[in-house]
Design a protein around this ligand. Structure first.
Ligand code: PRT
Ligand code: ZN
Length: 285
């Protein structure tokens, strides 16, 4: 039986989350220093550890069948691959930044300027679309120091917290692209490999759903239940169980992680007590 070859970043910002995701999908594999390739013990996949820059090309050429990397790199490399799932981690943006004391009149600022970047394709596409004539200076790293050492007037680089820009006396002027980690796939997988990918994506979605949601348990007087059910629509409808204390119930449901603080105040106001919020490990919808 063939194995699905998965390329993940060997070491860098994506490695830990990529490993963790595969582990949370129940895939067990060995990874030690110097290991470039490993076969999972309990799922038909082989894992290749690569530089993220090389992953799109390898997936296009079928050296790997699928890969995990940032959308920024997928679009920059522009290979013939398909994005099959967004993973929600490594969120960042590709932005243009200028020296912080400069007045910024809008995109015309960049007219006839020199901009340093590691993303020449994305930047030249952006300038072309916006009819900006600018010189692009391609450099492979430490882009933020380019204006400070006189190499360029501005930069285009990945920003996440913004602290690197601040440290280098720069400020964000425009966002070109929002990015997160994604799964890419070769466009012509065999039926057998596509089946394995479908099974893997099923597990990835269960892990993602679980992360986005919380299991909530609370106690409330019976008469408060209709109001609480309105606040907590849950997956279908909340589970309501009687408590030993007469006239009281225990209610169980699922809430979106980003909604639960707001909901908790509403629940307390509606009469809920002893509210527990618990992480979910896997969630199949
Ligand atoms: O060795 P290899 O080629 O595999 O790795 P790499 O060094 O090229 O990439 P790596 O590990 O730095 O980043 C991998 C991916 O993580 C990127 O392609 C993005 O999709 C994503 N990502 C998320 C980031 C960041 N956040 C990030 N903050 N990639 C880079 N940065 C850098 C950025 O270049 C800048 O220098 O962090 C700095 C900015 O961070 P803040 O928080 O100060 O704004
Ligand atoms: Zn890289």
């Amino acid at each position: 039986m063939s194995e699905l070859k998965i390329a993940i970043q060997k070491s860098g910002r994506l490695s830990e989350n990529s490993h963790r995701l595969l582990e949370e999908c129940g895939i067990k594999f060995f990874n030690g220093p110097g290991v470039l390739k490993t076969t999972a013990r309990n799922f038909p996949v082989e894992i290749l550890f690569l530089r993220d820059d090389d992953i799109p090309q390898y997936v296009e050429q079928k050296v790997a069948d699928i890969g995990i990397l940032g959308e920024n790199m997928v679009y920059e490399k522009d290979k013939d691959v398909r994005i099959v799932e967004q993973l929600g981690f490594a969120q960042c943006r590709l932005s243009l930044a200028i020296p912080k004391d400069e007045v910024y009149p809008g995109l015309s600022y960049f007219m006839n300027k020199k901009v340093a970047t590691s993303y020449p394709k994305l930047l030249s596409d952006f300038f072309r679309k916006n009819e900006i004539e600018a010189e692009i200076e391609e450099i492979s790293g430490s882009v933020e120091i380019a204006p400070g050492i006189g190499l360029a007037d501005a930069i285009c680089d990945i920003v996440s917290s913004g602290s690197t820009l601040l440290t280098n006396g720069l400020r964000e002027a425009e966002t070109i692209l929002k990015s997160q980690a994604v799964v890419i796939s070769n466009k012509n997988l065999s039926t057998e490999k596509q089946d394995i990918l479908d099974k893997l994506l099923f597990r990835i979605r269960a892990v993602k759903n679980a992360k986005e949601n919380k299991y909530i348990l609370l106690n409330a007087p019976e008469e408060a239940i209709p109001e609480i059910c309105k606040i907590l629509p849950g997956m279908k409808s909340p589970t309501v169980l009687p408590l030993a204390k007469k006239g009281w119930c225990s209610l169980h449901s699922v809430v979106k992680e980003d909604e639960f603080w707001e909901r908790i105040n509403q629940l307390k106001n509606a009469g809920a007590e002893g509210i527990l919020v618990i992480s979910i490990e896997k969630m199949v919808l």
